[in-house]
Design a binder for this molecule. Sequence first.
Ligand code: ZN
Length: 548
Amino acid sequence: MAKKLKIGFLGGVGEIGKNMTVIEYGDSIIVIDVGLTFPSEEMLGVDVVIPDFSYLVENKEKVKAVICTHGPEDHIGAVPYLFQVMDQPTIFGSTLTLGLIRAKLEEFGLKAKMKTVTSGSEISIDCFKVKFFKVCHSIAGALAVAIDTPQGVIFHTGDFKIDHTPIDNEKMDFAALADLGRKGVKLMLSDSTNAERPGHTISERKVGESISRIFAAHTGRRIIVATFASNLHRIQQILDIAAANNRRVVLSGRSVVKVVELGKTLKLLRYDDSLIVNENAMKKIPPEKLCIICTGSQGERVSALTRMAAGEHPSITVGIKDNVIISASAIPGNEKSIYNVINSLYRLGAEVIYSAIEDVHTSGHAHQEELKMMLSLINPKFFIPVHGEFRHLKIHAGIAQSMGIPKENILLPELGWSIEVAKDGLKKLDNIKAGNAYVDGDAVGDLEPVIKDRRQLSADGFIIVLLSLSVENGKPSAPEIITRGMAALSEEDLAEMKKQVLGAVKNIKYINSDNRDAIKSAIRRTVRRMLYSISQSTPMIVPIVVEK
Ligand SMILES: [Zn+2]
């Protein structure tokens, strides 16, 4: 059978986050990104959501390389979970990306082969030749990848924006991208996160200017800035602005402390060591000479800013002399938590500045004009929008069409789709297994039944029906009924329920402990029917049968 070039979508399409794409030819698989996402409210008790790796586990010996376009969680977060089930692939990424991955693997007690690549690097992985291109994004070290395959070049943008004045002066290499486009790109997969937004993103440097103005206007007050720990460019700007305003910096929150240390080690952050003081030394410095950089820009439950807002932070008390800058935007789904934090900060008397009020944040994802620029430079024959909910992909497809890519050369992928890139076009093959795997503490995998139970418990509570059978003659006695988390039953309803349960059990032909399942289902049926007629509630029903 002739070998096929296949692209499999294990994550990042039809959703934001959990990015993961599989490129396969013959016996070789390259994985691009291994991201995770955070649980939505109805995924009770779930810590993180990772891609279902079944397809890769089934084809384990084929997986040669994992290319991570950039950190953090939505592109590298699930790497440790993948390396719990396989350890042979080599991980490729920029210095910062690999630094972040190494720290994650260490936390899990895992090791992996890693190779650092930079813009312009070319590597060979079996039949694939891979070349990397720097792009601007909300984290340093972001790379796009061109994979030269037996069916032509596939270009994956990773996440990108076009910033002509980036903080590290690492501008996108337009000439190299145009050159790639001129030589011919068969298929482009491109970031769709901001496909709905017209125009251009503002430059990271503009954000620095806004923050700088806020510092200048509030010289007599303490300034607290919450941002994404991974956004080293933003942190660099805040450090520079604090230094220029004679303020010392306190880092609050585990991830921000860790990332700043890593950034310094990798020489990606530059600051004078005396600039940063710890939370103890902070007490000796007047508040107006301080700038606190903290986690919690998404209103995360255990983050530094959320604890400050709740008055629960061990060493930082927020009050009327504080200006809090939230230098981030809400990841969809987090809006409520963030606004709760903002409301609490206002109640404490602080001034709060966030992106709805001033330009204290810019997105790392291209707006429409930037997406068009990328399409122009690469000029691909075929186009697949990725990284976005279905509406983002759809709008991005429309943009590509408006740029002259014929409709039949554009494909809107869904999770689990496998696409063949053939000579004459893109062909949909049978789906591959894909979806969510849940992580709750040490448990990983299909936790859907557990989550369903939790959902039911949280919505309707539970009811325990304890029925005892006589050891001597097997006769059932009137059951005990215990409820939690549901509206109390009246004395009459309770008495009636006991009566009906007993009646239902007595109707079973053979009542003995070997026939427990039949007894339990009779109890469940009776209780469910009664509760539904009393209150339309559907709590979890737990029948327990004991011998006494
Ligand atoms: Zn990203």
